[in-house]
Write a protein that binds this ligand. Structure first.
Ligand SMILES: [Zn+2]
Length: 370
């Protein structure tokens, strides 16, 4: 069911939306700015359902919630509400003028059965300048019933003219304790829906997922459910634990295994759209690069070295390895590793292949621990 109270954190956004609904002052266009897996799609779904609900309920604070019972709410929860439109785009990495023109034609048609028509454009940061200019016409003179929600990962790509016509709401990182609490609740809910099946998610795994989630509740849940994420994480940890004693040839091989080219080839070749779980699993793994794990690993080392607190280690099933490395490396060495990651990013921007850039990065990390 879609409810504001089911969204973890994001108090400001929820309040803003509920206040707008209560006052009947919903704007025609919003940008919801948040990282991948930050639950911005859930926020958009709840807002859309609330806008369309025929008989809104109220939450504990007297603020509006979608009722969850009217036809519109039931259809919204099933993603089958004809007046909540998920704008599709032809190319995976860009939203072009053709995509937006199709949407504009649709905007001109009155709602089917609800009072409004809500358009949700995911990955809106992928809109080309031409597409944004096409959208601008709708943003300048929207029909009374139209609400457009642009979900974006960063706003730097938006034209100022588009930004100025939208209300921008930013997703905030959720504190780890709240994410842990959310994961526990979701696991319990699932267990009660499937009685008899063993629950094998422990407190340590939940803490680990919350630590790796970067403050994104949706991402924490996906990490928890992904076996291949854990396999990749363990492989990365095994590499970092002994990186000081690895040979150059070992590191070249590791760079090969972890490079983006190989990771991408594994999934894009044979997608199985039928198996949504497997696809989701691939997505979460693909977005995690070796450098993401490396940054967290050495951040753990820095924090432990500075504070001596085991509890703050995100790689919580590798605390011994983190502690061993923190004994062997200086603060200067840790700074050099941070610089090496910066160099890696620079090389990638200069189109050096991921494999070569990774090789150089791993060799510099090793030189700090040799
Ligand atoms: Zn309703």
């Amino acid at each position: 069911m879609l409810k504001f109270s089911d969204i973890v954190g994001q108090k400001q956004i929820k309040e803003h939306m509920q206040r707008a609904l209560l006052d009947g002052r919903v704007s025609h266009a919003y940008i919801i700015d948040g990282a991948r897996d930050s639950d911005k799609d859930l926020v958009a779904d709840v807002f859309a359902a609330a806008i369309q609900c025929a008989d809104p309920a109220t939450d504990a604070n007297g603020m509006p919630e979608p009722c969850g019972k009217c036809i519109s709410c039931i259809q919204a929860a099933a993603k089958a509400n004809g007046d909540i439109i998920y704008v599709q785009h032809e190319k995976p990495k860009s939203i072009g003028i053709g995509d937006i023109r199709l949407m504009r034609d649709d905007v001109a048609i009155k709602p089917y059965s609800c009072e409004h028509k809500v358009y949700i454009i995911n990955d809106a940061e992928l809109m080309t300048a031409a597409a944004q200019n096409a959208l601008l016409k709708t943003l300048e003179e929207p029909p009374e019933y139209a609400v457009i929600l642009l979900l974006a990962d960063g706003v730097s790509n938006f034209l100022p003219t588009v930004m100025s016509r939208c209300v921008t709401l930013r997703m905030k990182p959720v504190p780890e304790e709240k994410i842990e609490e959310y994961c526990r609740r979701r696991i319990e809910e699932e267990a009660s829906e499937h009685p008899g099946e063993p629950v094998n998610t422990g407190a340590a795994e939940i803490k680990m997922a919350a630590g790796f989630s970067g403050g994104n509740a949706g991402r924490a849940l996906r990490i928890l459910g992904s076996e291949s994420f854990d396999a990749k994480r363990q492989a990365a940890a095994a590499l970092f634990e002994n990186i000081g004693s690895r040979t150059g040839a070992d590191l070249v091989q590791a760079a090969q295994e972890f490079s983006e080219k190989k990771a991408a080839g594994k999934t894009s070749g044979k997608k199985q759209p039928k198996d949504a779980v497997a696809e989701d699993d691939n997505n979460i793994v693909d977005t995690w690069k070796l450098t993401d794990f490396l940054e967290i690993w050495f951040h753990d080392v820095s924090i432990y070295k500075a504070t001596g607190e085991r509890d703050r280690i995100v790689f919580c099933d590798h605390t011994d390895g983190i502690i061993r490395i923190s004994d062997r490396i200086s603060f200067e060495g840790l700074q050099n590793i941070r610089n090496a990651v910066g160099e890696y990013d620079k090389r990638r921007r200069a189109n050096v292949s991921d494999e070569t850039a990774l090789e150089m990065l791993l060799l510099s990390v090793r030189s700090q621990l040799h």
